[in-house]
Ligand binder design. Sequence first.
Ligand code: GLU
Length: 537
Amino acid sequence: MECRVRFAPSPTGPLHIGGLRTALYNYLFAKKNGGKFIIRIEDTDSQRFVPGAEAYIMEALQWCGLKPDEGVSEGGPHAPYRQSERKAIYKQYADELLAKGMAYYAFDTADTLENLRREAESRGEAFAYNAQCRTKLQTSLALPAEEVQARIARGDAYVIRFKTPENRTVEMDDLIRGKMQVSTETLDDKVLYKSADGLPTYHLANIVDDHLMQITHVIRGEEWLPSLPLHYLLYEAFGWQDSRPAFAHLPLLLKPQGQGKLSKRDGDKFGFPVFPLVWHDPKSGEMSKGYREEGYFPEAVVNMLALVGWNPGTEQELFSLAELAEAFSLEKVSKAGARFNPEKARWFNAQYLRMRSDEALGKLILKDLQAKYGAMAASVATASTASKVPAGITESTAAEIAGLFKERVCFPAEITGWAAMLYVRPDTYQENGLKKFDKPEHREALRQVLGFMKQQSAGPWAGAGADMGVGRSAGVGSIMENDTLAFIREKAYPMGQVLSLFRLALTGNAQGPNVFPLVAFMGVDEAASRLNILLDN
Ligand code: GLU
């Protein structure tokens, strides 16, 4: 039998990363088992419908590379895949349960139900619509048949509720949690269908569609576990228990600290996104951050999310989507909630950033660099190195800049931040650095080093382009580095101290990137100017 799984989001808002992980696990399970990954939009709750949410969900899946085999845009043998377009299908199933005596009409108004709820509350109880009250309220179990027909005929609003069997134990199986039992005495009679909008509720539509779409495995969030007994009972009521899908309820994504489900508020509080893409709430106008816009790579988000609640059973941490699909199994999904770790998310992004070529990263930051430093780059070119240096910032310059800083950052935009040291002279020096390294003997050593570098750049290094500065660091940095380090060693200057003072003069900071690629980038002339500003003071 072909394995068929579905991700069935309701378009009630942006997709939470917990929902994205559910989609991912469904996708991985389908790929691992050579099956189909289906997207079904569950939009029967018209009151909670949010415009733009469906498009957002689809864009988020696409960004992560989770391509559906069947779905709203893909079509497929069970189209349509949007429940609002399947409206005509569901009523007959509710009618079937009515005919079998497994469901009943209920005419109670919202006010009646609200009063019942309040009364129960005043007794310190929770109101449940169940076997105790269904024969006493305005239902087809309590009213005479003619009255029920008359009410329907005159257009009274009604709902169809499931008649939960009494005194039964529902035995269920979950691929992650194992066997479970629930007494039907703890369940209430859920609404399956509402005449007011002619739409089924989630429970009915979900079961009918999973059946019609021949879903073999339902993989969904733990929040749906309380619905499982009802879903088992519905499969049984329809006589579909033999083709009932297997169920797997995924552990919750927990807050970085402490207990509880990861919420949007945690994201706001700790400064990390809980949504894959930026979301502008159409009602409140509120903006929520997205991983994509914060500079995360989709591969990093996918890799990170896969490991929140699942482990491959090995030490391996970096997985492509294809590798994840190869390694994935529900047996290795944990029962316990999985704590979300925003630090780790950044770590993953740093790994994927480093895997990108300098050229690819350069392209990502080119515009940003041009906007920030384009004018400065042009004036450096004309002032210090004349026609030899390309004006402005080109793609290859951007690639070079990416190469200089990619080991030090988690996000592409941070590279643009680091690049400031290439174009802007420091206006202050780190105090601690000065205290530690600005000693007369180190100053003297640095003067000698500078003299050596100037001399070399006019001679042996010139051929390699070291005199040219901006845009020409590739290879030059290492020649410069080898020769200069040899010079420092020969003179027996204290290497660490001298280089720290060098860096302090160049960048304002004693710690940071290797100085030679920086000098190669900015040119020996510019480096000399910066060293002299410090040394002459
Ligand atoms: N529409 C439900 C949701 O929004 C789907 C639950 C399920 O997968 O059965 O999560």
